[in-house]
Design a protein around this ligand. Sequence first.
Ligand code: SAH
Length: 215
Amino acid sequence: MTDSYRHKGLRKQLINTLRERGIRDEGVLEAMLQLPRHFFLDKAFEEWAYQDKPFPIGKEQTISQPYTVAYQTSLLNVRKRDKVLEVGTGSGYQAAVLALLGARVYTVERQELLHKRAKAILQRLKLGNIRCYLRDGYKGLPEFAPFDAIIVTAGATEIPKALLEQLRVGGRLVIPVGTDAQRMKRITRISEEEYETEDFADFRFVPFLKGVNRE
Ligand code: SAH
């Protein structure tokens, strides 16, 4: 895996595009400038890595569009040392962005093949603070709760109760909710009993599915 000057130049252009499209969080933009997105795609598709587009990663799943990663991560307001749960590891790219922001990352994936691939690439990158689990993320990761932030990167039809319960008071859940298209929502736990919901833009995600697939 090499990260050439050419890759770095393409990455800089991509970050400028994200800025033009309205991403303002400099911490997030800096992390994405550092991280070689082409490491998360098959070598044959390197050329596609720096377009602002989603891309197939196998098992009918996609690595999210860079704009979507930047948008969701900005909403999450990650601070250094935050304990963050990601549901939908996919390629591992989003988990790596969170780790570069200083988060302690727990990421779960239901497709065994993608889980294994992501785990291998994240180990090679030596980011250190990422733990990968093959699980149904619908249930969250109760043994490591509570989390400062939870990010769901698949389109949910409902907000899983387990995820709300696994938020610390003051914690944020960023989740796209809907059937055809999904509305990005941020739910903040404001007390043991109370949650506050904010609505943002519409996106299209691969579906949030139940159970683990070991094929
Ligand atoms: N964050 C990823 C985007 C992956 S697409 C990236 O940066 O590349 C969404 C992923 O969510 C898919 O890999 C899909 O298999 C996974 N997924 C869907 N439902 C899930 C569930 N219930 N638990 C865990 N992962 C799930």
